[in-house]
Design a protein around this ligand. Sequence first.
Ligand SMILES: Cc1ncc(COP(=O)(O)O)c(C=O)c1O
Length: 392
Amino acid sequence: MGYNFSKRTKHFTLPKQWASMRVAKQLEKETGNKIIHCEKGDYQGPDFETPQHILDATVDALEAGYVRYDPGPGLPELREYIATETMKDRRPGTNPEEVIITAGAKNALTMSLLTILEDGDEVVFPNPGYPPDEVWAKYANAKIQHTPLNKGDWQYDIAKLDKMVTDKTKLLIINTPQRPNGQLVENPEEIAEIVLKHPDLLVITDEIFSQVIYDGQKHNTISSIPEMRDRCIVIDTWSKTYAMTGWRIGFAVANEEIITKLSIFLQDSITNVAAFIQRAAFEAVSGPQDWTIAKRELLQHKRDLMVKGLNEVPGIECVTPPGSFYCFPDISGTGLTSQEFTDKLVVEAGVAVVAGTAFGTQGEGFVRITFAISDDDIHEGIERMKKLFLNK
Ligand SMILES: Cc1ncc(COP(=O)(O)O)c(C=O)c1O
């Protein structure tokens, strides 16, 4: 029997950026050999367990009865904390009604895209960018445009962006620190100038790595520009800041009218984010921040280890990313395309990475490599790459 699915899901395919993970898993199963997992967008190994005080707060919340439906935009104490503390510099003067707690940043992104976009609306994505966003833009039947980021420093090309954005553009997507390359968007003021020329244009600013920035650099967001305050939906998550990827909790901050729409969407879809998870998230943000500070230092060390190692591999050049837990080295010197490199590396050396093209055409010649893994795996992964490309 053939199922008659909605035409809107015609473009649904398994996520490209997880293709490497699927291949690596299969190879591990078939060969029994150890694969070095640099392809995951997640923390791995004992260096990155969720902090104990957050686990304790979860158990306390379960025992205290936070186990029922709790429809709505989130626990008042959590919305209040995000509004007054987390957003203090990022969007001064935020009130709790402008905050919604979501099932991860992805849930906030999905709801925002589906709430704003409709048939024929133009939406501008960075290239490379975050593919799941595009799934929902397509679902809404919006017209997707890609603004190519400059290869190498991965900044928005202001002249190109200015030309692309018109009064038909309804939404612009920004991601800083960027995925897949770890660069910070350095020119939010110039982007804001373009946005402000178009009275109805909104911005989604995806800031999931806001706390994973190195060398003492600070997170800078377009939403802190006063005129941009009500033009932005700021999206962030507990996933990366507190190694809570599997807990599925994040938030969005925007004008109350937008948040009310998102709240209806949330209540009519998932009802609410589990209340005991929200209590854990409250402990995470309002409790001691030692873990996040220590892990940032540890990640910086791992980043330096990975970048140094990659630059010793023939054919690979890697700049040091100021944020995120990804390197995005240029592998074009190996003579392979991103996909060829990715396939060869996992099959012949047992190191899994993600082809840059999984994030857009501008990713050709690059691969994404996660360094949130053990030091031993970083060393082993680099040694395997050296062996493979020295003997080419
Ligand atoms: C750019 C970007 N946005 C959103 C997400 C999803 O985050 P969450 O785990 O909070 O859903 C990810 C996940 O890695 C991401 O890379």
